[in-house]
Design a protein around this ligand. Structure first.
Ligand code: HEC
Length: 511
């Protein structure tokens, strides 16, 4: 069994600030980005210009690049140089990490992703009028504004209303007319006593995550609610640290007259797994599959951002699979291992932000944040290892490759680690997604609509035979997108996150 060390965990609390959890941490600016910016000014600006706009002796690094604009191609350009044209090779004087760091800095600057800015305060820009895109033109229509700054999930119901979790406060019902209810009484408690780390990201424990009606909701009325169950003085870590702890917990209940009733626990862990680590790290998505299966994500809720994730005996850093009543499917991948967490389905996950079942292909898909670079879209196959913290295509915030394997003393073959179907570097901070199945957008059938936080964009991703074949940015620099859902009438809703008031909007197709 995994043993938590309270002192270690407190240290981890301080440290997790440094290693960070959501993509695009402020620490980048203290470490990698600050350094690479300085390195760029000292070594490259003379020829490429302070802002990469170009100068007499060199070319601009914005706009089209002659030698390729992928991360690897830029690394190659810097390493090898172009001596005949006047650019020295840098591999003789710079370390591999320094060169990768510079290349990342260039790709980030090119993609306009600034790692010290989470864009919580950048105004939401709802496009006025028609948005033209490759296959469908559409408008973006606000359903409701002035929601709390930190919502997490929306769940449209058959009657046209929408359930909403505001993660620090509770569950609301947004009526078909756009009226919002008070918070439902009787739901698990949400806690709003967050603390801020340096810049503008709030951390805390005891938040509400995903909410979803059961596939047979119209018959059974069940609504599933996933949250950070919080307690104080309830395990060794909380007693020794004097801090409240939390861990993901899944319940189901029904809604009657503004009350949450009939609550049953579907999944919870032993108190030994409750930690002081912020619920930003919790993952927190659920989705229903075929044959009564229910999947849910648990992020890095262990003592640090890398401990316990490769350990099959812990619930952390895993996608879990159970039946909708909480029982464990006999054919779960690790049921033949006594020491394994029986609900574990896949492992090696960092910050899994989106989870959907593809009913056409019959498999499970997830999105997750890498560290700096390395955001992923994964096909989640039973029993597979998705690599964190052994390996990631992104880099740690200090610009070094991710290789905790060595530190943890875990030997592995790269071929044992499942690679993402889509690698998004630099990280837009992918969030939730849907696999489109909507009569309103027939040309997008089967495509992945993926939201992003920091990059404030909506992407359409086409995957065929488990390979990325096309990517289109439908909305750019628009808003932090926290959740995407399809309604019973095939409307597509986005949940937009903003400090001055979050919003729910609808995509309306137009000829
Ligand atoms: C003495 C001038 C000079 C310095 C210093 C210099 N470069 Fe260059 N760099 C050039 C020139 C000239 C080219 C264009 C080569 C060509 O097109 O064949 C170039 C090309 C590049 C390219 C490829 C651009 C493209 O269009 O594909 C990259 C990337 C690049 N430089 C990065 C850097 C970085 C990072 C540094 C600092 C570590 C740096 N350079 C320092 C002169 C310089």
């Amino acid at each position: 069994m995994y043993k938590q060390n309270p002192r270690r965990q407190l240290l981890a609390l301080v440290f997790s600030v440094i290693v960070s959890i959501t993509s695009g941490s402020l620490f980048a600016q203290l470490g990698g980005v600050g350094q690479s910016m300085q390195a760029f000014q000292a070594n490259c600006a003379v020829c490429h210009g302070e802002n990469m706009e170009g100068a007499a002796l060199g070319v601009p690094l914005l706009g089209e690049l002659r030698h390729g604009d992928s991360f690897d191609e830029i690394v190659a350009s810097i390493s090898k140089g172009f001596e005949t044209a006047g650019m020295p090779p840098w591999r003789d004087t710079m370390s591999v990490a320094d060169i990768r760091n510079l290349a990342l800095f260039i790709t980030e600057t090119r993609a306009n992703v600034n790692y010290s800015d989470f864009n919580y305060d950048t105004p939401i820009e709802i496009p006025q009028g028609l948005v033209e895109s490759e296959l469908h033109n559409f408008r973006v229509e606000t359903v409701i504004a002035d929601l709390d700054a930190q919502p997490f999930s929306i769940a449209p119901l058959p009657d046209g209303s929408i359930l909403l979790t505001e993660k620090k406060f509770g569950v609301r019902v947004i009526g078909p007319d756009g009226e919002k209810s008070e918070y439902l009484e009787g739901t698990p408690q949400a806690y709003s006593d967050t603390y801020k780390i340096a810049v503008d990201q709030e951390w805390g424990v005891g938040w509400l995550f995903d909410i979803k009606p059961h596939p047979n909701y119209e018959e059974n009325g069940w609504i599933y609610l996933y949250f950070g169950d919080r307690c104080s003085d309830c395990n060794e870590v909380s007693r020794q640290s004097g801090q409240p702890v939390s861990m993901n917990k899944l319940v189901r209940g029904r809604i009657e007259d503004g009350q949450w009733v009939d609550q049953e626990t579907v999944w919870e862990t032993d108190l030994q797994y409750y930690s002081v680590i912020t619920d930003v790290a919790a993952g927190g998505r659920i989705t229903f599959g075929e044959a009564g299966h229910l999947y849910f994500s648990v992020g890095m809720k262990g003592p640090s951002n890398y401990e316990g994730i490769q350990d099959l005996s812990t619930p952390w850093g895993k996608i879990h699979r159970i039946y909708d009543d909480g029982s464990i499917p006999e054919d779960n991948p690790f049921t033949d291992r006594e020491d394994a967490y029986q609900s574990a389905y896949t492992y090696g996950h960092r910050s899994p932000q989106g989870l959907e079942f593809n009913y056409t292909t019959g498999d499970l898909w997830g999105t997750e944040h890498g560290p700096r670079g390395g955001d992923e879209v994964n096909r989640l196959q039973a029993g597979r290892n998705y690599g964190w913290p052994l390996y990631s295509l992104g880099m740690d915030y200090d610009g070094t490759p991710v290789e905790y394997g060595r530190e943890l003393g875990i030997a592995f073959e790269l071929s044992d680690i499942e690679q993402p179907v889509v690698d998004l570097t630099p990280s837009p901070a992918v969030s939730s997604f849907i696999i489109v199945d909507s009569d309103q957008f027939p040309e997008w059938e089967g495509n992945y609509l993926v939201g992003s936080l920091k990059a404030r964009s909506l992407f359409r991703i086409v995957i065929e035979d488990n390979r990325l074949v096309h990517r289109e940015t439908l909305l750019e620099g628009f808003s932090r997108i926290r959740d995407i859902e399809k309604a019973y009438n095939d409307d597509i809703y986005l949940l937009l996150e903003h400090n001055a008031g979050s919003q729910i909007v609808r995509l309306v197709p137009e000829a």
